[in-house]
Design a protein around this ligand. Structure first.
Ligand SMILES: Cc1cc2nc3c(=O)[nH]c(=O)nc-3n(C[C@H](O)[C@H](O)[C@H](O)COP(=O)(O)O)c2cc1C
Length: 410
């Protein structure tokens, strides 16, 4: 069981932190709590102290009667520096709720309280669960602070959408319920993908017409990068082959850049032998110009005729060369009609373990959008994942892929 350090900051949802502590303790974890001064105006430290039997700390200058230990541990003889001792033995640091103010401080490395100072000194996995009014959450300052933390490897537990504390308001900003928070903590502790080598392809290939023009597609790489990000956060060793993706590399992920479908095929063939799970979220071109001009084509005459030839089918050749113990997940962008039927055919034709199908006729999701809704198609049937943030969809895709990987016995 783990030692969890819980940071509570000032927001209405602070009351949910009490239930989190109760559930986490009942699940066998050992906890210490640090509270910001503002959070003590929302709930009392006595509640946590009563449940845990250990003092709650607020200032980095406060003496810790437990000398940085967790309940049940032996006290060291020497009095240590409080904020350093607390995080040294913690297996995980969760800030829930994380107020807009505390997120801003954490993103800027401020260290002016026990919570912020110990967060900065913590080398264990760090999770934050933002909770606030939807306008505060959507403000570019908060969005940027959250992105900064994410880029530094902090796991952000996205807030839920629903009724907000302010009367009559509805939107994004609710702290997930305590059981949901505990589930995220357990996943982070378990690292359920640890030991797995995951290869993800992302983005859209470009087939040159001449040195300045190309045939491309609208894939932004967001879905593939969300999968790479979550797989790394869940403990996998992750490489992403990125075809023209203008997004920052997720923390802890190895990035390989490619441009054309031929480059992508080559990079996949090189990386494939060393992976256990391959998720092909990139959109390779099906056709490329038969030849590309070495010089920029001039605008002359009535038009330009391009001869297109098919590109190599990457998935088919990877599937043919896959060894036992490798799980292959393909992606299919289908446009209306019986997309699921076509995806099932593709699954069999290409010898894949799973296909993630999205209907690109719905313009609210898919390409370049932060949200997606997909159908997972395998030999066992299909299941629909309703519209959600791409990171949530990424988790469900990884859950199903892992299930199939384990069923295959490797
Ligand atoms: C009634 C009330 C409710 C508040 N709820 C929230 C909230 O849910 N989320 C938030 O980020 N700030 C909320 N605030 C503002 C914070 O409490 C304020 O920014 C405070 O300085 C946060 O300090 P801390 O981050 O050090 O805990 C609320 C303030 C009041 C008075």
């Amino acid at each position: 069981m783990a030692k969890i350090l819980l940071g509570v900051s000032g927001g209405i949802a602070a009351y949910k932190a009490v239930e989190f502590v109760r559930l986490a303790t009942a699940a066998g974890h050992s906890l210490r709590v640090v509270m910001t001064a503002s959070s003590r105006r929302f709930i009392g430290a006595a509640t946590f102290e009563g449940i845990l039997g250990s003092p709650v700390l607020t200032s980095e200058f406060e003496k810790d009667a437990m000398r940085g230990t967790f309940p049940g541990e032996e006290l060291p003889e020497h009095e240590p520096i409080g904020h350093l001792a607390l995080v040294e033995s913690a297996d995980l640091f969760l800030v829930a709720p994380a107020s807009a103010n505390t997120l801003a401080k954490l993103a800027h490395g401020q260290a002016d309280s026990m919570l912020t100072t110990s967060f900065l000194a913590c080398a264990a996995p760090r999770l934050v669960a933002p909770a606030m009014n939807d306008r505060m959450f959507s403000d570019p300052a908060t969005t940027a602070n959250i992105e900064t933390l994410r880029q530094r490897g902090v796991v952000v537990i996205d807030p839920a959408t629903g009724a907000l504390a302010s009367k009559g308001e509805y939107g994004v900003g609710r702290l997930p319920d305590p059981a949901g928070l505990l589930e995220r903590v357990e996943v982070a502790l378990r690292g359920d993908l640890s030991g797995l080598r995951v290869l993800v392809t992302a983005g859209g290939t470009r087939e040159p017409i001449d040195p300045v023009r190309f045939i491309g597609n609208r894939s932004s790489g967001r879905m593939g990068f969300a999968i790479a990000e979550r797989a790394a956060e869940r403990g996998a060793e992750v490489s992403v082959i990125a075809a023209n993706v203008a997004l920052p590399t997720p923390p802890g992920v190895n990035r390989i850049e490619v441009e054309t479908t031929a480059d992508l095929a080559g990079a996949c063939a090189d990386a494939m032998p060393g992976c256990d799970l391959l998720l092909m979220a990139a959109a390779p071109a099906d056709f490329r110009p038969a030849s590309s001009s070495a010089e920029k084509l001039q605008r002359e005459g009535d038009g330009l005729e391009l001869e297109l030839v098919p590109t190599a089918d990457i998935l088919e050749s990877l599937s043919a060369s896959a060894r036992s113990g490798q799980t292959l997940v393909g992606f299919a962008a289908e446009h209306g009609g019986d997309g699921e039927g076509r995806a099932a055919l593709k699954l069999r034709r290409k010898g894949l373990d799973l296909i993630v199908m999205n209907d690109v006729s719905d313009c609210r999701i898919g390409f370049d959008s932060r949200e997606n809704a997909v159908t997972l198609v395998s030999e066992k049937g299909s299941s629909r994942l309703d519209r959600a943030d791409k990171r949530v969809i990424a988790d469900r895709i990884l859950d199903r892929s892992l299930e199939i990987h384990r069923e295959s016995g490797d």
